[in-house]
Ligand binder design. Structure first.
Ligand code: DGL
Length: 272
């Protein structure tokens, strides 16, 4: 495996781009190949078997590009297929759960941690189980927030947007009452609602973003395995999707925090 090969990052759709943004910041000289399964999003409402099947296909596509590491930048995939991918993949793998749970366990002062994600993520208790291994005395409160995904996909993210605010209140009131001081944004879509979530939860609550924790963790893994590129030239990511690129290009700028100046290629994921 050459250190000059790309890092493969995938998600069920657009959410993983919040992680790509962090990779570009932490590892600007690494080539990123991103696959967003826009033809089959969302994963978070599907069965475990379907999520596993899709995850293996997504990883197989990235392996066809000789990637040196695979990152599942998706809370749902990491929660449901993490062990399977770790076991099957011939290259280093990380999902978002382990690095994010670790950051939350370190951040909490009062031992009360909230976790929000898709229904599949919360149903798997992946973050809770991981935190309990790291800090057995921590109290973890979980809340599925499926509508957050739709809000973000439709660009309804502004902190002063009435609909975003109402959904935030509806989902997060109980967690707030529990007195959590740390909240895991356990879905890669959720950092876009960070301001609305932060406004409601208050300054005393630390929001943990799975994308940035995962990019930092991937950099550590690649460094330990001597797989970081020594090429000093910054690289632009390449983007692949499984549905028409039009929608992707429109909303992707929101996730990346900048315009989409790169081309997006549509592929047939069922071939993998
Ligand atoms: N990207 C997914 C996650 O992080 C959310 C969207 C979906 O349900 O597929 O869980």
């Amino acid at each position: 495996m050459s250190s000059q090969n790309a890092i493969g990052v995938f998600d069920s759709g657009l959410g993983g781009l919040t992680a790509v943004k962090e990779f570009s910041r932490v590892l600007p000289n690494e080539k990123i190949i991103y696959f967003g399964d826009t033809g089959r999003v969302p994963y978070g409402t599907r069965s475990r078997d379907t999520i596993k099947k899709y995850s293996l296909q997504d990883a197989a596509f990235l392996l066809s590009h000789n990637v040196k590491m695979i990152v599942a930048a998706c809370g749902t995939v990491s929660s449901v297929s993490g062990d399977l991918l770790e076991e099957r993949l011939p290259v280093p793998y990380t999902g978002v759960v382990n690095p994010t749970a670790f950051a939350a366990a370190n951040a909490t002062k009062n031992g009360r941690i909230g976790v929000i994600g898709t229904a599949a993520t919360v149903g798997s208790h992946s973050y809770k189980n991981r935190i309990k291994k790291l800090s057995p005395n921590a109290e973890v409160f979980e809340q599925a927030c499926p509508l957050f995904v739709s809000l973000v996909e439709n660009g309804i993210v502004r902190r002063d947007d009435q609909i975003a605010r109402l959904v935030v209140i509806r989902y997060l009131s109980e967690l707030k009452e529990k007195g959590v001081d740390t909240l895991i944004l356990g879905c890669t879509h959720f950092p876009l609602l960070r301001e609305a979530i932060g406004d409601f939860m208050g300054d005393g609550v630390t929001l943990i973003d799975s994308g940035s924790e995962t990019a930092a963790y991937a950099a550590k893994v690649l460094g330990e395995q001597d797989l970081l590129t020594d090429d000093p030239v910054p690289k632009a990511p390449s983007f692949f999707v499984s549905d028409t690129p039009d929608g992707f290009e429109q909303v992707a700028g929101l996730f990346l925090g900048r315009g989409m100046e790169h081309s997006v290629t549509q592929i047939d994921i069922e071939q993998y």
